[in-house]
Design a protein around this ligand. Structure first.
Ligand SMILES: Cc1cc2nc3c(=O)[nH]c(=O)nc-3n(C[C@H](O)[C@H](O)[C@H](O)COP(=O)(O)O)c2cc1C
Length: 205
């Protein structure tokens, strides 16, 4: 097998694709689609979004020091694309996409009510990197829709049909391949046969 060498580029796909809401409920509010986002720390919960300074949302977030990461689902994917190709300087994206700007639990930036998970973020630092500036933020609260909880209180996020982004295309999540730690977990069949072998050998003794 041989390899081609490409010029430096970020080809980390699939990536998340989220709708970031910003501004204020009773003032200017907007939504920008962002793929350059992710987790940077567990405790305190910290995340980032990287924005080009020319985005209309850039100054709104810089001035308010707040934004909300709204997770995208199959139902929301068209709105997500729209918010990534139209600018809030020309159009009200909440109205155009029939999305509801609702109050969040802790901050003034509006959440998108139709998204199942709204992550309210407070900006800690803006780091100019080049084409993009990174807004490093601490999570102030997470608002989660009731409909994906089961009777035991467990939240089933995967039932909301989350969406990811890869090389210019949107995808829903496909086949389940395993779960955290499954590579070292003994499966039930193996355990049973091991127990059977063990009791057989013990009986023989
Ligand atoms: C799938 C997708 C991902 C995007 N990711 C980013 C991003 O990470 N950072 C960014 O600055 N712009 C990103 N954009 C572009 C902005 O969403 C787009 O320029 C938008 O119209 C800006 O909105 P605004 O001018 O209302 O702020 C992305 C667009 C799409 C469609």
């Amino acid at each position: 097998m041989s390899k081609q060498v490409w010029k430096a580029g970020t080809l980390i796909y699939p990536s998340p694709v989220v709708m970031v809401s910003c501004g204020a409920l009773d003032g200017i509010k907007n939504i920008i689609t962002v793929a350059w986002t992710g987790t940077v720390n567990t405790n305190p919960a910290m995340t980032y979004i990287s924005l080009r300074p020319e985005r209309y949302s850039y100054n709104i977030i810089k001035e308010s020091g707040e934004f909300v990461i709204n997770l995208t689902t199959k139902k929301l994917v068209k709105a997500c694309d729209f918010c990534g190709v139209k600018s809030g300087s020309e159009i009200d994206k909440f109205a155009a996409m029939n999305l509801t700007a609702a109050p969040g639990a802790k901050l003034s930036a509006p959440i998108i009510y139709e998204s199942p998970v709204n992550i309210e973020c407070k900006v800690k630092e803006i780091i100019p990197l080049g084409s993009h500036h990174m807004f490093l933020a601490e999570v102030a609260a997470v608002d989660v829709s009731d409909e994906y909880f089961d009777k035991t209180g467990k939240f089933h996020f995967n039932k909301s049909n989350p969406v990811c982004y890869s090389h210019g295309e949107y995808f829903s999540i496909g086949e389940k391949l395993g779960s955290f730690g499954y590579s070292i977990r003994k499966n039930k069949a193996e355990n049973k046969s091991r127990k059977r072998k063990y009791s057989k050998t013990n009986k023989q003794k």
